[in-house]
Design a protein around this ligand. Structure first.
Ligand SMILES: [Fe+2]
Ligand SMILES: [Fe+2]
Length: 190
């Protein structure tokens, strides 16, 4: 997939003063999700730390779920002209919970080992891809008719949680020298 055009292409109709249709928005959302999915797949492959591998693999799986979800919403929209389907679910904690977890962890631990330079680079790339995706979803919440707004508002909420997890890992690796397991949040993760 060519990622480069995807991110900028969605701006074109806006520059012309047009807003996207629901179908265009979903298709563009799929492009963003594929990009962020590819970022996590590559990061999981590159990671040496087993917890890092697990965190990236969990996020990759989550983004694959987003691609599937958007694809099925798109075909539904085309055939029935409506957006139904189950509410999108996430295995990851809400942003607020992530931030609280890191604060708690930081109070307990003070250790630093290694530089984790490659892992930090993966995390920064992931954060940039998440932020770019969320910026698009935020714009769609503003621009689209109510059905589309609802769909993308839910995505925004979930992607906010992803960005918080990635940011929390950056802080943890940087300041404490290790990856925190997603289990730190008492989640029912396999
Ligand atoms: Fe996503
Ligand atoms: Fe995400």
């Amino acid at each position: 997939m060519k990622n480069a055009g995807g991110a900028a292409a969605w701006l074109a109709p806006r520059i012309r003063g047009e807003t996207m249709t629901v179908a265009e928005a979903i298709k563009t959302g799929i492009v963003f999700e594929k990009k962020v999915h590819a970022t996590y797949v590559a990061a999981a492959k590159r990671a040496e730390d087993p917890i890092a591998q697990k965190v990236f693999a969990t996020l990759a799986e989550e983004e694959q779920g987003h691609i599937n979800y958007l694809e099925s919403r798109l075909s539904e929209w085309r055939t029935d002209g409506r957006l139904g389907g189950e509410k999108l679910r996430t295995v990851l904690p809400a942003a607020e919970r992530v931030r609280e977890g890191v604060k708690r962890l930081r109070a307990q631990v003070a250790q630093r080992k290694g530089s984790h330079a490659a892992e930090l680079e993966s995390l920064r790339q992931a954060l940039a891809a998440e932020e770019e995706t969320s910026a698009f979803y935020l714009q769609m919440v503003r621009d689209l008719p109510p059905e589309g707004q609802e769909l993308f508002a839910r995505f925004l909420e979930i992607e906010d949680g992803h960005a918080a997890v990635v940011q929390a890992e950056i802080d943890s690796v940087n300041q404490m020298g290790f990856w925190f397991d997603l289990k730190e949040f008492d989640l029912e993760l396999a």
